[in-house]
Design a binder for this molecule. Structure first.
Ligand SMILES: [Zn+2]
Ligand SMILES: [Zn+2]
Length: 195
């Protein structure tokens, strides 16, 4: 069986807090939807989750610390799977490891696949740096710590597949990290997204 990664991007969902940029959705696996994994609970990243999941009777996975954000979008319809740091999804013939990376939201996660050499980073880190929400960083220091401790420690040739925009690599992020730290939270590099 060959595991593949497909990429879709769609205009951000309408609604409060939704961004203006296109949202990346990454599909890992073969021909069956086993789970819809939400990198965090902001509207543009969870609005379509139930619809996609219901079509294939698949569960939705969310970190419990983003439950309140999820509820704003899907009141009365809780996510099915509570992700925790170190959790594993077995997809086709590979494993996706859950990396809890709080900062952008308390329940932000990244998904790392060692076999494929990729990490899905949601809003924790785009090619251009950490992502603010509505133009502000909820916790800039914590987000930078999560990037430094959990992402930049991955092999440098790991592909970074983010929640918006172009893919990058861990090696490229390692080179830029110091400039993100010194720029501080006032610099809103990829904030055109505003979510
Ligand atoms: Zn977000
Ligand atoms: Zn987004």
């Amino acid at each position: 069986m060959t595991t593949r990664i497909d990429h879709f991007s769609s205009p951000a969902a309408a609604g409060r807090g939704a961004g203006t940029g296109e949202v990346n959705a990454w599909i890992v696996g073969d021909d069956e939807v086993l789970a819809v994994i939400c990198t965090h609970g902001h509207a543009d990243h969870v609005a379509a989750a139930l619809e996609v999941a219901e079509r294939d009777e698949a569960p939705v996975a969310l970190h419990p610390k983003d439950r309140a954000l999820w509820r704003e979008v899907h009141p009365g319809e809780p996510a099915d799977i509570e992700m925790e740091d170190g959790g594993i999804f077995e997809v086709a013939d590979v494993e996706l490891e859950v990396i809890h990376a709080p900062g952008h939201t308390d329940g932000s996660v990244c998904l790392y696949c060692e076999e494929l050499g990729v990490v899905f980073t949601g809003h924790t880190m785009l090619a251009g740096g950490p992502v603010p929400h509505d133009g502000e960083f909820p916790d800039f220091a914590e987000q930078l710590t999560a990037i430094g401790e959990h992402l930049l420690t991955l092999p440098s040739d790991t592909r970074v597949l983010p929640g918006h925009g172009q893919e990058s690599t861990i090696g490229a992020a390692q080179k830029k990290f110091d400039s993100w730290v010194s720029a501080g939270p006032a610099a809103t590099s990829p904030s055109g997204l505003g979510d």
